[in-house]
Ligand binder design. Structure first.
Ligand SMILES: [Zn+2]
Ligand SMILES: [Zn+2]
Length: 257
């Protein structure tokens, strides 16, 4: 099992999980052209994707998903609430193979098991996902205002984690955003700040952890160094051990064994 990010941040997110010859893309916030060129960096083509799972309707997650899915006949999985909110992206629903996800029920796409879980975020019915091949678990959490005991339960015992480190609270307060936007981003339905993310990490069973990648970093209100240092402190590891899925390059393949 391995995973890679095509890019992460408010300008677009997409992650690929691979088990044997099955590959799922989680979110697609890039244009078709951009997605194809970013997939090529990972030696993949759209036809290699068995499915696209969409976490919620925000542009940076859903903006490019349906054009890609329609063009290359890739099935899509999403919650009913998300579907209701993305109809503007879907010119002709009949061109798409849409599968409705129950946010508490696991489903499989060929060799990959996907366990969705609901999260507090300012979208209609947002989910995040834990991926598994039956032996290993990759937990992904971005776009969440506050960690919850349920999130802790879902992310405990993972071998790899992709964890939102959206902002540094002080940088956000002092930064260029308008007051309403600061309130939204820092609020319970916004995005996770570095220390909240570190606090969540400290409550997980990390005994099997092989990879941790910080994701969805704000370009204006965070730095990779601050995110890395917050997470490294919890794990007692070198800062270099913490990966960063950045906006431009994402992160290269990481194998889970
Ligand atoms: Zn987002
Ligand atoms: Zn969002």
């Amino acid at each position: 099992m391995r995973f890679a990010s095509l890019g992460s941040g408010s300008a677009g997110n997409a992650l690929v999980v691979e088990v044997n010859h099955t590959r799922i893309m989680l979110d697609c916030g890039f244009s078709v052209k951009e997605t194809v060129s970013r997939l090529a960096r990972l030696n993949l083509a759209p036809s290699d994707l068995a499915g696209i799972v969409i976490t919620h309707e925000h542009d940076d997650h859903a903006g490019g998903a349906f054009k890609l899915a329609a063009k290359y006949a890739i099935p899509v999985w999403l919650t009913y609430g998300t579907l209701k909110m993305v109809t503007r992206y879907i010119p002709n629903q009949h061109d798409l193979q849409l599968n409705i996800v129950d946010s508490h029920s696991a489903f499989t796409v060929a060799d990959i098991e996907v366990q969705p879980y609901p999260v507090p975020h300012d979208a209609r019915e947002p989910i995040q996902c834990v991926f598994s091949d039956g032996n290993h678990k990759l937990g992904v959490l971005t776009d969440v205002g506050r960690a919850t005991p349920y999130i802790e339960e879902k992310l405990s015992g993972c071998k790899a984690l992709v964890l939102e480190c959206n902002h540094d609270a002080r940088m956000l307060q002092a930064g260029p955003y308008s007051w309403p936007l600061k309130k939204r981003v820092g609020g319970d339905l916004g995005h996770l700040e570095n220390l909240d993310s570190a606090n969540l990490l400290s409550k997980l069973d990390n005994s099997k952890l092989q990879h941790i990648v910080a994701a969805h970093l704000s370009a204006k209100n965070n730095t990779p160094q601050l995110a890395k240092s917050a997470l490294a402190k919890v794990l007692g590891c070198e800062m270099d051990w913490i990966g960063i899925a950045d906006q431009l390059l994402g992160i290269d393949w990481r194998a889970i064994s």
